[in-house]
Design a binder for this molecule. Sequence first.
Ligand code: GYE
Length: 307
Amino acid sequence: TDSESEEGEQGSESEQLVIGFSQVGAESEWRTANTKSIQNAITDAGHELKFSDAQQKQENQIKAIRSFITQKVDAIVFSPVVETGFETVLQEAKDADIPVFLADRSVDVEDDSLWVTFLGSDFVEEGRKAGNWLVEELAEEEGPVNIVELQGTVGSAPAIDRKEGFEEIINQEDKFEIIKSQTGDFTRAKGKEVMEAFLKSDGENIDVLYAHNDDMAIGAIQAIEEFGLIPAEDITIIGVDAVKGAFEAMADGKMNVTIECNPLFGPQLVDLIEQHFEGESLDKRIAVEESMYTMDQAEELLPTREY
Ligand code: GYE
């Protein structure tokens, strides 16, 4: 009936928005899944998307946001490459009355009125999970346990926080030591290259690799094999993200554990944007729920993984 269809229209009445999305880059499997999830959620909800890939460079993001402001978009979705240095451009967005939604990574600015809400994972907690897994796994080991660390992009929230959470846990026991720590920029190629250098200088002395994401761990696994050591046996391998590539590596017995970081929050993000435009006030910090997975679960879970 007429009245029903009117009701139906009212129910889905939310405003059609033009949304500018400044993404970090395409550095990892996680990132490609995240980009798709956000892009699809925006267009599936009937909004118009303006997309910009920063190729892991802050200056590109600042330019993209300025261009969104000039184009008078309704809202800006922003995943900052690094934490600092965004005050000016965020103030420009605020002055133009354009709400900014932080997705995935946060910024380190004093004035938190510069964005509406931050939807992302708790990276410190992920680091703690990695540390706790290791402490338990090597409980019988006397030590010293020599750890090498592949950090994410320098200055990025996940690199800073995953390091902090992991250290908080392993520093509670004297036997653990991080003997080398360097950035692999969240990419396979860089992860492999830096692991090669670690192996060259410390080779057989390395007991554990803690990689801030799976892509770097996967690159490192290749380096370890080429060096003549057995990944997950000679060197315990910890990654973060829980992407398909990590499940494949674990199913092959080449990687020990991955801490989940869920990139598929596009629909949740679009809900938040719509709620904001409907006049609701949002929490400043909204977390994505996640878990962790070990080698023995990999084969069973692999077919169910969506990213
Ligand atoms: O873990 C990594 C990506 O910001 C959580 O960025 C994200 C991280 C993710 O490149 O793979």
